[in-house]
Structures are given as structure tokens and as C-alpha cells.
Design a protein around this ligand. Sequence first.
Ligand SMILES: NC(=O)c1ccc[n+]([C@@H]2O[C@H](COP(=O)([O-])OP(=O)(O)OC[C@H]3O[C@@H](n4cnc5c(N)ncnc54)[C@H](O)[C@@H]3O)[C@@H](O)[C@H]2O)c1
Length: 352
Amino acid sequence: MRLRHMRLCFELRLRAPMAPKYPSLARAAALEPAVCFCFSFEKLLSEISVKENTSKCFCTAKKTKLEAPMADTTAPDSSSPFKSDILKGKVAFITGGGSGINFGIAQALAAHGAHIAMMGRREEVLKKACEELASKFGVKTFFKAGDVRDADQCAAALKATNENFGHIDILVNGAAGNFLAPPELLSPNGFKTVIDIDLNGTFNMCRHGYQYLKASKGIIINISANLHYVGTLFQSHVSAAKAGVDALTMNLAAEWGHEGIRVNGIAPGPIGDTEGMKRLAPGEAGEKLKKLIPLQRFGSVQDIGLAAVFLCSSAASYITGETLVVDGGHWFAKPPMVPREIVEKMMAASRS
Ligand SMILES: NC(=O)c1ccc[n+]([C@@H]2O[C@H](COP(=O)([O-])OP(=O)(O)OC[C@H]3O[C@@H](n4cnc5c(N)ncnc54)[C@H](O)[C@@H]3O)[C@@H](O)[C@H]2O)c1
């Protein structure tokens, strides 16, 4: 069933002066990512009233309903082409596994027999996700709340998982933060936060997961993005972080290949019905974006989940250091310089 995302934005306090020219983006840049995620940028201008004092700006938002772009009905059937037991008995540890794409990966791995452990910041989200996986797929689940920015918490969650299951075979680094902000308005702390979660968090997990993956000859999958293949506006922080993640993927693959550990990445394009798309391309912006994708649809969480199953399977046993782009051709396709109708008219004119 399709989900409609509801988010209520109340009293949001800004912590930096705003550039009047870009009020919505200035507000976003001044906020911590966690707060920033609550915004619908399209609605900010019309629904937020601003009061200024000498040093700070405050804004008051009315209740705002945010909608993520919907998964596309033309998406291929989500049933798996893989045998349902190809990951039977494996243990997969997924950061940020309680929501969105990462939960989609958890579902796909569980559907193919893997037991699932997850770590994220919100215990109730992890608990609900684990209960759903256990009842739907009959696999064992385990969770530990924690922050990937904290190396000790990463180590503790991995240790507890290993004690619980006896081994860890697959590590998926999916925890991330994102928001829109032009670099000249982005606070250094906002930039650092994203690097800390996406890049340093990935390193923390790989570093502390190494001993378990060495023992199991395991697999790492780092969730990246396609933003840094080109210059993506308002995404300098995430682009820098994910470029670092890709570099880490290749480097760790080179370092740990002799231990039997494979390290790969997945770079999703725009995936419908996710928190990421809700923040980055809400409403009509998402519909416009869809038309620029060669395959003319958003990806689904199943698209990413099945890519993860493939990378974990023996079909990928000689693949390491690779970041698999799963984006419908989004990153390399450019909008036409001239609309198609005009091109057709010009061709017709030249023929007559
Ligand atoms: N949604 C998209 O279209 C899209 C596109 C490209 C890449 N991605 C990537 O896919 C992954 C999932 O994104 P999503 O859109 O499903 O968003 P999401 O918000 O549902 O997933 C991010 C998860 O990370 C967790 N998290 C955040 N900070 C954390 C921290 N410090 N410690 C532990 N957990 C933390 C969150 O609680 C959440 O569960 C991310 O790595 C994102 O960069 C998403």
C-alpha cells in the first residue's frame, strides 16, 4: 500500500541571520539537518512568517503537510528473480535500517534468508522494523540504538550483534543525513554533520566491523548516491561525503580483498516514497525530475534491495571495489537544449 507522508512543522527557531534574497534556503542552511528535514521548501515561502530581532531570526510555521514523490506504478514487478534461500543463515547488519531504502534492503535480504541486525538513532523505529521483518520473513532480528558518528557505539552494536548471532556476514552502511543548502549559506557545522554521519560513520562501521567480516569472509555494501558525478546544486555537503564513501569503498576493497572481504557500493538515483526524496524533491519538483530520467520513473526501494541481494550473492563473487549505479540513467542524462517539437519541425522543414 502506498504511504502518504505526513509531517507537522511547528515553531522552528533559526540560529543564523538570513539572506533576504533566499529566505527558504537561508533558513534551511541555518538549521541542523534533523530540523531542516522537516521543511517543504516549496511551502516555506508561503507558510512561514518571519520575525527578526537584532541577532537572530525566528520563524513560525503553520501545520504543513509534506508529501514524498510516490513510487511509480510503472515500476517492474517487485518479485525477486533470485532463489529465496540464497542468503540463508547469513547475518546482515544495516545502519539506518529502520526506514526508507535501508529498510527496503533489510526486507530484500530477509526475503532471501538473511537474519537482520540494525542500528539507528530511534529505538522505536528499529523495534517496529525488526518486528515486521521477523513476522513477514520468519528470520531472526536484533537491534541496538546508536549513532554512527560515535565509534564506540558502532563497536558496541557490532559486538552485541556478534554475541547474539555468533557471526556477521554482511555490513550495509546506509545511515545518512541530507538537506538542501547552497554552500555560501551552509553553516560549517551543517557541512560537518553530513560528513560525520555519511563518511565518518561509514568508516567507523567498517573499521569496527573488520574483525567480524574477516572471520566470516564477509561483504560490505556502502550506500552512496549519484550526486557527485556532476555538480549538483545545493548538495555540496552530501556530494563531498558520498565521494569520500566511494573512495573508501575502493580503498577498503584493495586493503581487505586478501582477507576474503568484498567491499562494494550502491549509488541509488531518486527513489520514490523515501525520506530523501521528500526532502530533496517534494511535490511537483519530483514530477519534473521524473521526466528527466531516461527510464521515466523513480526507483523503488525494491530496486535497491535487489541490487544489494545481487552484490551479496555468489553471482557477484568476483566483484569488489565497485559502486553499482541504480538510477534509471538519471545522472548522465541532460535535458534537451531544444524542445523535441522544434527539432521535429526543423527536420520536417529540411525535408520539404
Ligand atoms: N532517497 C533517495 O532517493 C536516495 C538517493 C540516493 C542515495 N540515497 C541514500 O540512501 C540511504 C537511505 O536514504 P533514505 O532516503 O531512505 O532516507 P532515511 O532517512 O529513511 O534513511 C537514513 C537513515 O539513517 C539514519 N541515521 C541518520 N543519522 C544517523 C546517525 N547519526 N546514526 C545512525 N543512524 C542515523 C536515520 O535514522 C534513517 O533511518 C542514504 O544513505 C541516502 O544517502 C537515498
